[in-house]
Ligand binder design. Structure first.
Ligand SMILES: Nc1nc2c(ncn2[C@@H]2O[C@H](COP(=O)(O)OP(=O)(O)OP(=O)(O)O)[C@@H](O)[C@H]2O)c(=O)[nH]1
Ligand SMILES: [Mg+2]
Length: 290
């Protein structure tokens, strides 16, 4: 069985850094895993591990922009259209990976997840060729600094989930930047300092959006109109509690392990593996025990 994890999320959420860290972690656990680069704009130097499959071998954003005169976003759309017209290239590239875990590092253009049909088409294709696919959607911990920004992140995660329709986990990346220090100005204007506050974001509490009745924020007419909108969003999130976040702190191996075990679980990793019969075992199966 082949497995693929799509690492998705807005620009700069830490997708490439997480993909690298996950690969290191999988290699340490002696699991066979490879990087696939699906970002036609990625710089070659940005990869710690050489991608085994790289969309840039098919088409690069730089060439599209130079030769066809597109801007970066139109160019990205062109690259994905080109990829979908050349899926035999991808099939050929995938051919060699039979029992592996592929970490697919995706671009950061949010529209790719929320309304373009490219990723759903790609995912359907991967499933058809016998891959088990899941997605990890990253948003960065700085989103927790501002409750409105945070809920825009929650809504983007929801809309990406609905668009892709595959097993899914949401990850709050860069948790190493969240400090509990009172003196740290970067602790956020919502004063995220205690564990309890953080948990209101990891398991989004829609009541964060509702300003206290009679507060200065609510009194102005403009904000009272927003208040109604916020109430509607609160209702939506309460009625469809689809999104919760796993915290990811790359400085802590246990945190990566937890995220990986959720990914394994959503993809039912290893469930089809037959246990080895005693006569099939060799010395390699006991290497870890020495
Ligand atoms: N402190 C901290 N910084 C991080 C972490 N992950 C990524 N970064 C930084 O965030 C920036 C963006 O990281 P990338 O991994 O390139 O993010 P990305 O989502 O791949 O970005 P795009 O592909 O451009 O959308 C870089 O400067 C990273 O060093 C993290 O866990 N902690
Ligand atoms: Mg990246």
């Amino acid at each position: 069985m082949r497995y693929a994890v799509l690492v998705t999320g807005p620009a700069g959420a830490g997708k490439s850094t997480f993909s690298n860290a996950l690969l290191t972690h999988l290699h340490t656990a002696k699991r066979s895993a490879h990087l696939v680069n699906l970002d036609p704009a990625a710089e070659a130097e940005s990869f710690e591990y050489e991608p085994v499959i790289d969309i840039k071998d098919l088409i690069s954003l730089e060439d599209v922009m130079a030769e066809l005169g597109y801007g970066p976003n139109g160019g990205l759309v062109y690259c994905f259209e080109y990829l979908l017209q050349n899926m035999d290239w991808l099939d050929e590239e995938l051919g060699g990976y039979e029992d592996d875990y592929l970490i697919i590092d995706c671009p950061g253009q949010i529209e790719l997840y929320t309304h373009h049909p490219f990723l759903p088409t790609l995912v359907k294709h991967l499933s058809r060729v016998g891959m088990r696919v899941c997605a990890a959607y990253l948003i960065e911990s700085q989103f927790m600094e501002d409750k409105y920004k945070f809920f825009s992140g929650v809504l983007s995660a929801m809309s990406a989930m609905v668009n892709l329709e595959i097993p899914w986990i949401n990850v709050m990346s860069k948790m190493d930047l969240v400090t509990s220090s009172e003196n740290d100005a970067a602790s956020g204007r919502n004063g995220i300092r205690t564990r309890k506050d953080i948990s209101r974001f990891l398991d989004p509490d829609p009541m964060l959006l509702v300003s206290a009745p009679g507060s200065r924020e609510e009194r102005t007419e403009r904000n009272s109109r927003f208040h109604a909108l916020n109430q509607a969003i609160v209702q939506l999130i309460e009625d469809h509690p689809l999104v919760s976040f796993l915290p990811l702190d790359l400085t802590n191996p246990d945190s990566i392990e937890t995220v990986l075990s959720h990914i394994d679980y959503t993809m039912q990793y290893g469930e089809d593996e037959e246990p080895k019969e005693p006569h099939d075992l060799d010395e390699g199966d006991f290497a870890d025990m020495e």
